[in-house]
Design a protein around this ligand. Structure first.
Ligand SMILES: NC(=O)c1ccc[n+]([C@@H]2O[C@H](COP(=O)([O-])OP(=O)(O)OC[C@H]3O[C@@H](n4cnc5c(N)ncnc54)[C@H](OP(=O)(O)O)[C@@H]3O)[C@@H](O)[C@H]2O)c1
Length: 170
């Protein structure tokens, strides 16, 4: 079973600010839905709290926190990344046995999962905002230079934003 991470990042690996996304690009949100639908999704507690709709529909939602008492309605709560991957792998609830598990953020969870070597594949959207567009961030995606194999690459443009969908493996 494959563990993948999916993220939309700026050219300097920007991810978010004030517990919000920096960009809302229709094509990127659509890609996120299409790729993750029907699969388990693993996220940090802050990303869970940032979601406008909780849980993410048609996906087995897992939230990671160090708080043993944390409750997340509609999601399973785990206290480590390793435990969350085991839970995701064992989840068949309504979706069949998962073939791919998605780590969907945020910065802390991407960082630890990649540094621990738990991630096999990256689905990145690399965003180039229009001139003067705000990309100031307080949360960043980790270095991913070990992912060297380009599986697919597709450029696009939407509402002044240039973006590239880039799927990578090691
Ligand atoms: N651009 C994108 O694709 C994308 C995707 C997702 C998120 N984001 C952005 O990223 C930002 C949030 O990221 P973040 O780094 O601040 O937070 P995060 O990774 O979403 O969550 C951090 C929380 O996860 C828990 N945690 C972290 N490591 C843990 C471990 N080893 N064991 C158990 N629990 C652990 C802790 O929860 P407790 O404090 O409860 O213990 C920690 O506070 C937001 O701005 C969001 O919009 C962007």
């Amino acid at each position: 079973m494959k563990v993948s991470a999916i993220a939309a990042i700026g050219k300097n690996r920007e991810l978010g600010k004030d517990n919000k996304l920096l960009w809302h690009i229709k094509e990127d949100l659509q890609r996120f839905r299409n790729i993750t639908k029907g699969h388990p999704v693993i996220m940090g507690r802050k990303t869970w709290e940032s979601l406008p709709t909780k849980p993410l529909p048609k996906r087995y939602n897992i939230v990671i926190t160090r708080d043993a008492k944390f409750k997340a309605e509609g999601a399973v709560v785990c206290n480590s990344i390793e435990e969350s991957i085991k839970k995701a792998a064992a989840s068949a609830e309504g979706f069949g046995e998962p073939k791919e598990i998605f780590i969907i953020g945020g910065g802390q969870i991407y960082d630890q999962a990649i540094k621990k070597g738990l991630v096999d594949k990256l689905y990145l959207t690399i965003i180039d905002p229009p001139a003067g567009g705000d990309s100031e961030a307080d949360t960043f995606f980790p270095d991913y230079s070990e992912f060297k194999a380009v599986i697919s690459e597709k450029a696009g443009e939407s509402e002044g934003y240039k973006y590239k969908f880039l799927d990578l493996e090691k």
